[in-house]
Design a protein around this ligand. Structure first.
Ligand code: NAP
Ligand code: MG
Length: 452
């Protein structure tokens, strides 16, 4: 059994990919169990060296990986190169972890009490189609660093870069069976990660609906799960902000990756006194956003991932009050022009995740109203606050219930800082200084020193 890959910028089918069944998953997990024992027994420096070698192999193939992502996912070549080099950086960063996974020594009478960070064993990682390389690495790099083996399921739509990363790991000298990429459907391969007794932790990134099911399945097996789910993040613009800067940055914050970004600032909340002025400044910024052939260096946004996803995104515009739109190519490919919608607080477009290049603009009255409106969502992943008032920046960033916020910028992902969502946006954190520890369980050992 196979599934067919489609180039989203042309709509043309270009490759068949194998669909694994449950027996193949079980065989992979059995190999992983064996590989993990030897991997965890290595000296910390040996695991560190192996991960650095893997990082170097990725660095040497950045262009190849980037071109695969352009073909398979329609990411602009510049973004795809950034994503591939990010994977190498994440590997290099967590290559520092094996030698730093220190336990504690706790004062106890009559002996010595110490803790160890023990790896779980085999970790199952389930990845969505929107950022196939980067999201995979946020799981596999710290998991491997902590002494685990990894089985990874890429999204059916976008498996090519993950498969290539699996090959590069072997070429770099990682042991056979330690890091395996298994292509197949979520309901078969992903579900088997959840139900397999030897997969001891699951990392899931994707929709809130599927993530909730995965968490329920993991609960039945009493296995820990990390969830990175959807978002409806707010970009809050106060009247005292540098409006020119805020408007110039807003398109990138929501239209990057064609809006198929869990961190997309898909609601722009603007203080009522500068609402009209902000829209005047936003219009030329949206018009200037370059949508087109992802293979071109100058392209800022490519197509949507699939025809079906484009229909879903388009459905959000039914009955919507469209203020203005940018441009997109005609013809084949799943193109969608960036769109700015004026929305009311109860509108579907203001509440549900679109996961496309559509942004809802809403006015607010004052600081308290801005915080209340930003929090009036099931989600809590990212967000931005634009103000020149320091006290307000502090108050609002503490008031918004989101895991990742930025003030006077839209940054959300740096591999050495924690990333993850509150409320329906997720459970647990990835990246940052502690991620390798999240792939371990603490063991406490007391050594009696009594001479008797
Ligand atoms: P999805 O349908 O939830 O799929 C995500 C992954 O889960 C895919 O690999 C999918 O496999 C697999 N899957 C599907 N059903 C499963 C099941 N029953 N058991 C186990 N695994 C299963 O999400 P998507 O449509 O790919 O991605 C879009 C969504 O992901 C958006 O809502 C977005 O916000 C969210 N997202 C969140 C983050 C974050 O970091 N918070 C990042 C990216 C995306 P298939 O190959 O069969 O589809
Ligand atoms: Mg899906």
């Amino acid at each position: 059994m196979t599934f067919t890959l489609i180039d989203p910028s042309t709509g043309a089918a270009f490759r068949e990919v194998h669909r694994a069944d449950v027996e193949e998953v079980d065989a992979a997990v059995a190999r992983a169990v064996v590989a993990q024992r030897s991997w965890a027994a290595l000296a910390p420096v040996a695991r560190a060296d192996a991960l650095r070698a893997f990082a170097r192999a990725v660095e040497e193939h950045i262009d190849e990986l980037a071109r695969l992502e352009v073909l398979n996912s329609g990411h602009p070549i510049g973004s795809a190169r950034w994503e591939a080099s990010h994977v190498a950086q994440v590997l290099n960063f967590y290559a520092g972890a094996p030698e730093r996974l220190s336990g504690q020594q706790i004062p106890v009478a009559g002996g010595l009490d110490v803790t160890f960070h023990e790896p779980y064993g085999v970790v199952g990682i389930i990845v969505p189609w929107n950022f196939p390389m980067t999201i995979a690495s946020w799981g596999f790099a710290p998991a491997l660093a902590a002494g685990n083996a990894v089985v990874l399921k890429p999204a059916e739509l976008t498996p090519l870069t993950a498969v290539r990363l699996g090959e590069l790991a072997l070429e770099a000298g990682l042991p056979e069976g330690l890091f395996q990429v298994i292509t197949g459907s979520g309901s078969i391969v992903g579900q088997r990660f959840v139900s397999h007794p030897d997969v001891r932790k699951v990392v899931f990134t994707g929709s809130t609906a599927v993530g909730t099911d995965v968490a329920a399945g993991c609960a039945r097996e009493l296995k820990p799960v990390t969830l990175e789910l959807g978002g409806k993040s707010a970009n809050i613009v106060f009247a005292d902000a540098d409006l020119e800067k805020a408007a110039a940055a807003a398109p990138g914050a929501v239209f990057d990756n064609a809006g198929q970004d869990c961190c997309a600032r898909s609601r722009i909340l603007v203080e009522r006194s500068v609402y009209d002025r902000f829209l005047e400044l936003l219009e030329p910024a949206v018009a200037a956003w370059r949508v087109g052939d992802p293979a071109l260096e100058s392209t800022e946004m490519g197509p949507l991932i699939s025809a079906a996803h484009r229909s879903t995104v388009a459905s959000f515009l039914e009955g919507a009050d469209v203020a203005f739109r940018g441009s997109a190519p005609e013809g084949d490919g799943f193109w969608f022009a960036p769109t700015v919608v004026l929305a009311g607080r109860e509108d579907r477009i203001a509440r549900e995740e679109v996961f496309g290049p559509v942004v809802a603009v809403l006015p607010f009255d004052d600081e308290a109203d801005a915080i209340a409106l930003a929090n009036d969502t099931a989600y809590g992943l990212a967000g931005s606050i634009w103000t020149e008032n320091l006290g307000r920046a502090v108050r609002v960033s503490r008031g918004v219930k989101s895991g990742v916020l930025s003030v006077n910028s839209h940054s959300s992902v740096r591999y050495w800082t924690p990333f993850g969502g509150m409320k329906a946006s997720g459970l647990g954190r990835e990246l940052g200084p502690d991620a390798a520890e999240h792939f371990t369980e603490t063991k406490n050992v007391f050594f009696a020193t009594d001479a008797s």
